[in-house]
Write a protein that binds this ligand. Structure first.
Ligand SMILES: Cc1ncc(COP(=O)(O)O)c(C=O)c1O
Length: 367
């Protein structure tokens, strides 16, 4: 059994992929070719947003808007310590300071009450200027954007939705990609919509921000390729990856439905699953449960692996306890919910091609 099965999916789209790859071999525009433009239009339509700007990774999709807003030394950017390292890494990379905020025990997403307290504390300390919030839609479940957007407005902060894991998810009739000032997603192969390498995209309704992000993506250039107006990156998506994503988009909604059915079946039979609020849908990038203790978790992992069932711990070390962030001065006990989740969480196989028999076997072993 695979934790994520990309092979079965590839068999479904292989013929379409060959046609698209042949077309690229013919036209030879390997970078920023017509597939990239086609993909950007389709992504924007899919999310219901004005601009979709493809780029080289989910990490760059977070970095580029921060660069566009000139976020740097002396600025505070609020996010959670219970996420993949990229979310906070981009803040530090620009010389700004990640200010961590604990998560809700139910959804594993940023706790809005604690967020407001952290903003007020940063303001009263007077060392850093609050600039932005990066809420993470963990495992595919959107963060609490109604409250986050209210808080951002109150304190005049920008919001970047880290939708790396939540492409396709919704709150009411709004899709991820439309929350905050800008949203970033990842097309890493294991993501709900993934390519066959690295890739990402930025979504926004802000024309000005979109033009800046487009320029930063190509070394800060706009009209003249050899005359940079801004400091930028080599942050482009290539035509081959765009072709893969275009083919995968044609089956994406069906795959979301399958993930939803598998999720329903898991939930009917298991306790302590990640909570999905009413009116929210998840893209089910991962399916996670909480065990009673780290010792129980070890026993479950062992039992599952004896039956050749893979499981993974996302995330075993919260960011504030990683050496890379040690200069921020956090210590154990600062974010008890994130720390507790790290000790007890376990992700089970989740992909659209998981059979009912496999899910039954997993549930059976856990019980
Ligand atoms: C929450 C989150 N943010 C950002 C990223 C970075 O995406 P990428 O790996 O495409 O750079 C990931 C990827 O795993 C992620 O899970």
């Amino acid at each position: 059994m695979d934790f994520i099965d990309l092979k079965t999916q590839q068999n479904r789209i292989r013929e379409g992929l060959k046609v698209r790859f042949d077309r690229i071999f013919e036209h030879g525009a390997y970078i920023m070719g017509p597939e990239v433009t086609e993909l950007e239009e389709k992504l924007a339509n899919y999310c219901g947003v004005k601009h979709a700007i493809s780029c080289s990774s989910g990490t760059d999709a977070l970095l580029i808007p921060l660069m566009a807003w000139n976020i740097g030394p002396g600025d505070a950017v609020f996010t959670t310590p219970f996420t993949y390292v990229a979310t906070a890494e981009v803040i530090s990379l620009l010389g700004a300071t990640p200010v961590f905020v604990d998560v809700y025990e139910s959804t594993f997403n940023i706790d809005c009450e604690k967020l407001e307290l952290a903003i007020q504390h940063t303001i009263s300390e007077g060392k850093l200027t609050p600039k932005a919030i990066i809420p993470v839609d963990l495992f595919g479940v959107p963060a609490r954007y109604r409250l986050i957007e209210e808080i951002a407005k109150k304190y005049d902060l920008k919001v970047i939705e880290d939708a790396a894991q939540s492409f396709g998810a919704t709150i009411g009739n709004r899709r991820t990609g439309t929350f905050g000032d800008v949203a970033s997603t990842s097309f890493y192969p294991a993501k709900p919509l993934g390519c066959y390498g690295d890739g990402g995209a930025i979504f926004t309704n802000d024309d000005n921000l979109a033009s800046k992000c487009k320029a930063i993506r190509i070394h800060g250039t706009t009209t003249d390729k050899y005359n940079s107006e801004l400091i930028g990156l080599n942050g482009r998506l290539d035509s081959m990856q765009a072709a893969v994503l275009l083919e995968k988009l044609t089956i994406f909604d069906e795959e979301l439905d399958s993930r939803q059915n598998i999720n329903n079946y898991y939930r009917k039979n298991l306790q302590n699953c990640q909570y999905i609020p009413n009116n929210y849908t998840s893209s089910h990038a991962l399916f996670s449960i909480l065990l009673h203790s780290s010792q129980k978790r070890e026993e479950v992992i062992h039992k599952l692996s004896e039956n050749k069932i893979p499981s993974v711990i996302y995330y075993k070390i919260p960011l504030h306890l990683m050496e890379a962030f040690s200069s921020l001065g956090y210590k154990e006990g600062d974010f008890p919910v994130s720390e507790g989740l790290s000790k007890r969480i376990l992700s089970l196989p989740m992909h659209p091609y998981l059979s009912k028999g496999d899910v039954e076997l997993i549930i059976d072993q856990i019980r």
